[in-house]
Design a protein around this ligand. Structure first.
Ligand code: FAD
Length: 374
């Protein structure tokens, strides 16, 4: 029997805890979460495949995923020069509300006997109860306030040069929409797709110069949302944009590590490596890395050996994910220089932005296949 503490009740911590409990029912696993149960940041996310058929989709681990009202998207629409360019996403994507997903994964953990303590942040190394546990799993996401628990796991931090905001809207986007909009001297980009039968995610990004020129930082939340809705009025068709309290305009934070563990403390999910939202793989990575850690703990006889084996397996995948995410982020942040391209040239450039790298979906599938064989 081992005693394990998980810090953070997001997708990574919840997937790890529930999958380990199923594999090792007599181990004692508990979770501490900073927020109250209702407070889940973000609107909807896209995940790969149909629940039940795709093991990288966390809905596949829920008994009744259909109650989350997931939406399926296969078509991709890129708008450039105000013209739609249609193509297939190449895979079936599943949009789902983030709050519903996280709350369902929490309910699953609790039904397995895992205790979740809310409003219980762990903020510093001094607070880590290392003597009381065999393993502490830090799954505390991108943490803008406390970026690390031990110096040995201090992350490298890089901030994107664009400003972005995560809006929700009642306009339903049946395709994955990517809109490049020239507005006077400025360029705004919207990433939009439906995640329930009532709501869509609408992420907007622009350069710091545009943000300053449009005076978005000086406006109230409502005025800024109205301004952006005006920029995308053709797409929103009279529907408004809603911001979440505390989720204002920010620069994307990429957090990276060269190693995943130190002593009894191991990092998973965004806490280990965050990746730009333009490749939409953060939750999938959280699932795969959580499964790799479960596999290592099941395969090895000591925690120390399990962490060494996990690190050797997970870090190459994490590095590949970060390369994909950074290439994509760079492409979006330098798009001004490509706005003159024809639609065909623009689409080609968009498509090529990650082509030089080994494909990520194959690497994810390979690692997941290995992790689930236990
Ligand atoms: C704009 C945007 C769009 C995105 N779209 C997609 C998408 O379409 N598809 C996709 O797969 N991914 C997407 N992502 C990424 C995805 O949201 C993350 O990768 C994913 O949530 C990571 O899960 P996690 O459990 O590691 O971290 P989180 O989901 O951040 O969970 C961390 C948890 O830890 C808690 N916590 C934090 N600090 C502490 C502490 N000190 N003590 C205790 N608890 C703590 C937090 O409250 C939170 O509940 C997007 C991200 C952004 C920003």
């Amino acid at each position: 029997m081992k005693k394990i503490l998980v810090i953070g009740a997001g997708p990574a911590g919840l997937m790890f805890a529930s999958q380990l409990k199923l594999a090792k029912p007599d181990w004692r696993i508990s979770i501490v979460e900073k927020n109250d149960p209702q407070e889940v940041a973000g609107w909807g996310v896209v995940l790969p495949g149909k629940p039940g058929q795709h093991p990288a989709n966390p809905l596949s681990y829920l008994e009744r995923p259909e109650t989350l009202d997931p939406q399926f998207v296969e078509d991709f629409k890129l708008v450039h020069h105000n013209e739609p360019n249609l193509m297939s996403t190449g895979v079936l994507l599943c949009g789902v509300e983030r709050r519903g997903l996280v709350q369902a994964l929490r309910a699953r953990c609790q039904s397995l006997g895992i205790d979740i303590r809310y409003e219980s942040p762990l903020l510093s190394e001094e607070q880590l109860p290392l003597d009381d546990y065999d393993l502490i799993v830090a799954a505390n996401g991108i943490n803008h306030k406390t970026s690390h628990f031990t110096e040995a796991l201090a992350p490298q931090l890089a901030y994107g040069s664009n400003k972005y905001i995560w809006y929700g809207t009642s306009q339903l986007f049946d395709q994955m929409n990517l809109v490049f909009r020239t507005h006077g001297k400025d360029i705004f980009i919207a990433h939009a797709y439906k995640y329930s039968s009532r709501m869509s995610t609408f992420v907007v990004e622009c350069s710091e110069e545009t943000f300053a020129r449009a005076r978005l930082g000086e406006m109230s939340e409502e005025a800024a949302a109205e301004y952006i809705a005006g920029v995308f009025k053709a797409e929103l068709n009279g529907h408004g944009l809603v911001a979440q309290p505390g989720l204002g305009w920010r620069n994307f934070m990429t957090l990276s590590h060269d190693r995943s563990y130190d002593g009894k403390l191991v990092l998973i999910g965004d806490a280990l490596q965050s990746g730009h939202f333009s490749i939409g793989h953060g939750t999938t990575m959280a699932v795969v890395v959580a499964q790799l850690l479960v596999k290592a703990l099941c395969a090895e006889s000591s925690v120390a050996a399990a962490l060494a084996s996990f690190d050797a397996r997970a870090m190459p995948l994490v590095k590949l994910f970060s390369e994909h995410a950074n290439s994509s982020r760079d492409w979006f942040e330098t798009v001004d220089g490509r706005m003159h391209l024809s639609n065909a040239e623009f689409m080609q450039s968009f498509d090529a932005r990650r082509k030089a790298l080994p494909p990520l979906p194959e690497a994810l599938a390979r690692n997941l296949g290995y992790a689930l064989d236990r």
